[in-house]
Unconditional design. Structure first.
Length: 123
């Protein structure tokens, strides 16, 4: 990846695990003389977007238990708070669990999160 990739895409998990992956990629880049900042780091967002907490509880109950542990239900405001920590860890993009984005309204929630993250980065 360090030699050829312009993007990396990782799946969520504890920040400590993702930091370790960053450190490995950075080290491989150093070994070949590449600036690690030239690789955009993206990840699967560890959230399921919902309009309110009641919807989040219902939606999480519909997920299999092994998948439920990988996500937090979050309103757009909560999602921004969660994802800002990943932005601080140098992630430059996210993919959302498309299985839960089934309606135009749910896509609008994702767009709201993206706008709010961008505003937070510019502030």
């Amino acid at each position: 990846m360090a030699r050829f990739a312009d993007y990396s895409h990782w799946f969520g998990g504890p920040i400590e695990d993702l930091r370790r992956k960053h450190e490995l990629l950075d080290r491989y880049c150093d070994e070949i003389g590449r600036d690690p900042a030239t690789i955009t780091r993206t990840m699967g967002a560890p959230i399921v977007l919902v309009e309110n907490e009641a919807e989040g509880e219902r939606l999480l109950q519909d997920l299999p238990p092994e998948r439920r542990a990988m996500f937090r239900a979050a309103t757009p405001v909560q999602a921004v708070e969660i994802l800002e920590g990943y932005v601080d860890e140098r992630f430059g993009g996210f993919t959302f669990n498309n299985v839960t984005l089934r309606t135009p309204e749910s896509f609008a929630l994702a767009a709201e999160v993206i706008r709010k993250l961008e505003q937070a980065r510019l502030a």
